[in-house]
Design a binder for this molecule. Structure first.
Ligand code: FES
Ligand SMILES: [Fe+2]
Length: 390
């Protein structure tokens, strides 16, 4: 077997193992569980000082999965993002390496690239036309002889720590907060690799406003609400309250089972095909969820805390296995995209807005995460660990 065949065999045996676990949970009407329920004080969702500390210790310090490799499709392609008030410029150099910079000219701070995405041979500031190469070096000044002496080597774009792995561009939002990407991803590399993120195509991308970061993110980590909140959308075919849960350091994989599982429980195992019966969600700490791989579609969600404790922005990216070639394929992709938008914006975030409005009233001193919500427990413990600086 060549290495691709070996990887495919490993993946299919991993999916079979998950399917076996899901069938066992289905047969016994059970779910993966934490050892005990856990309580978390509501100030974890409301306290502006705690919020600022956590944003600083987590979102500004750790590598974030900030973009997908496929958003920078070739040499010279660039992508700009405004991430939590930080203007970021991602550029793929001629040699294929992706670099991240603060998108701010060293002359007087204009955005060097104003478009969300594009392709360039070099980067020219729109204000007074200072020029940078694709590695961020200042290479030329308009009217250089009139400007006066300036050390070009000290006026390149400010680099942000950046690495590309597994179809994801990882960036730390503060200069100098270097990271070892392989260490950060750790054993989660294998499950992430099975998604082959670099092979998909971008279909649609949009930003959705929502309430507090943890109110929002909690909804991405359990199956307990699926049948109640999403009976007409993403929960329609899901078995509510059945969850498989695995942790990989701070990261997690959760698996939902589909109702179609009932059709195979009495069939011999060698006739099973995992793909139609389970849904895997890969949750990269602290805010990237890759989910809903449904046949030829995939949903990537990134949740960024807003400037205030009660605000977030979610970037929702819909991927397709290949560019739709026919009207029918396009309609199917559009239907998937519309469905996940509805499920998240009109269902999850509607519930979230309600929670947000009640938080201030002080109805709860604590929130409780059940034994059947192990991924939430792991997440909140991980937040606390990083906020404490360990
Ligand atoms: S601000 Fe960029 S060239 Fe002046
Ligand atoms: Fe949901």
């Amino acid at each position: 077997m060549n290495s691709t065949a070996v990887a495919a065999a490993q993946e299919s045996s991993e999916s079979m193992a998950l399917l076996r676990r899901a069938v066992e949970r289905f047969r016994t009407r059970s779910t993966d569980q934490a050892p005990a329920p856990m309580q978390l004080e509501v100030s974890a969702y409301t306290d502006p000082e705690r919020f600022a500390r956590e944003v600083d210790a987590i979102f500004m310090r750790l590598p974030l999965g900030l973009a997908l490799s496929l958003e920078l499709p070739g040499p010279g392609s660039y992508r700009t993002l405004n991430v939590m008030s930080t203007p970021v410029l991602l550029v793929r150099d001629r040699d294929g390496v992706v670099r991240a910079f603060l998108n701010a000219c060293r002359h007087r701070g204009a955005l060097v690239c104003e478009q969300a995405r594009g392709k360039a041979e070099r980067l020219v500031c729109p204000y007074h036309a200072w020029q940078y190469d694709l590695q961020g070096r200042l290479t030329g000044l308009y009217g250089e002889s009139t400007f006066g002496d300036i050390d070009k080597s000290r006026n390149g774009l400010v680099a942000l720590p950046c690495a590309e792995r597994l179809g994801i561009v990882w960036v730390a939002l503060r200069p100098g907060n270097d990271f070892e990407i392989d260490e950060w991803i750790g054993p989660f590399a294998e499950p992430l690799a099975s998604l082959r993120l670099e092979d998909w195509e971008l279909f649609e991308q949009r930003d959705i406003a929502g309430p507090n970061w943890k109110v929002v993110w909690d909804g991405y980590l359990e199956a307990y609400h699926h049948n109640t909140v999403h009976p007409q959308t993403v929960g329609r075919y899901t078995i509510g309250n059945l969850l498989l849960h695995d942790t990989y350091g701070p990261h997690q994989r959760i698996v939902f089972a589909r109702r179609s599982l009932a059709e195979i429980v009495d069939q011999p195992e060698d006739s099973w095909d995992p793909a139609p019966h389970i849904r895997q969600i890969h949750s990269v700490f602290p805010n990237l969820s890759i989910s809903g791989v449904v046949g030829d579609h995939c949903l990537v969600s990134q949740v960024f805390p807003g400037p205030r404790v009660d605000q977030t922005t979610t970037r929702q990216t819909v991927l397709v296995a290949r560019e739709p070639g026919t009207d029918e394929e396009r309609a199917a992709s559009q239907a998937f995209s519309d469905l996940v938008l509805r499920a998240v914006r009109d269902e999850d975030y509607r519930i979230g807005a309600g929670i947000q409005s009640a938080l201030a009233a002080g109805a709860n001193r604590e929130f409780t995460f059940g034994r059947n919500e192990p991924a939430l427990q792991h997440y909140h413990r991980t937040v606390a660990r990083f906020a404490a600086g360990s």
